[in-house]
Design a protein around this ligand. Sequence first.
Ligand code: NAP
Length: 293
Amino acid sequence: MTATLINGRAMGNEIRAELREEIKRYTQERGQAPGLVIVRVGGDAASGVYSKAILRIAEDIGVTARLEQLPALTSSDELRSLLLHLNADAATQGIIVQMPLPGHLSQKMVADTIAPEKDIDGISPQSAGNLFLGVPSFLPSTAAAVVEILERMHVPLNGKRVVIIGRSNVVGKPLSLMLLQKHATVTICHSHTKNLSELARQADVLVAAVGRARMVTAEMVRPGATVIDVGINALPEGGITGDVDMDSVSTVAGLLTPTPGGVGPLTNVMLLKQCVQAAWLQAGKEMHSPVEA
Ligand code: NAP
């Protein structure tokens, strides 16, 4: 078997086109475009690339976005007062704070301070609680991207066996709840899991969110399974690779996301999709969650 590769870039472009129309409608109705603010503290290189990518997409689809770049020595009180100011700002509908933060700043303080209705990357305890309860919620954007891919590719989930390798708060854990909500039977694996290969081989849908280059090999994949590769690993020779060994797994899987060009291009698009949802929600319209079954 040769797997069909899922084109994340094409899917991202399709969603951008949908969002452009939606933002036009919102802007006509509300008299201003949805507003997004990215807060970045210090100079982490990866988060700089990430911020630029979000700003580019925002500009392309018509969201008014800006970067609030703060010095690395910003105090916790200063960061908190900026967030409180943005919470109250009528021109800002979505807020994201780039991670990692410098060591003296607490991620928990940020999650506790961002207004839940502007928390478009689903980091607040309220967003996490809503997801746990199965009610509409903002979602961590990478987990939301995985669900969006599965839905757009019409991958059956109801009653299917999903195995997720990785249990982080941004990918594995929220994704497990989202797929449980879609009536999949979900197994979460991590670094203490015994018989990982055996469990992975039982999956109709296998998701790798680990951060270990090419750790998922053909022997771990059931013939015809859908394999979603969330991992991004820098190669010593330059470039990036996923957690899935594409060469071997593509001979066994039915559907497969490549890295680069699979989940990655959708993550920022999902963030902007949630910014548009936040804008409608703040305008008193109902929120439609991507995890509705
Ligand atoms: P993370 O917080 O480091 O979590 C990694 C998870 O993998 C942990 O749960 C860990 O288990 C588990 N793990 C580590 N070694 C393992 C092993 N040998 N066998 C089984 N499980 C193992 O990472 P993350 O933030 O979730 O990110 C995961 C990957 O996705 C990274 O490569 C990251 O760069 C990538 N990522 C991509 C996007 C995107 O847009 N495509 C977005 C976010 C992240 P323990 O919990 O037991 O330690």
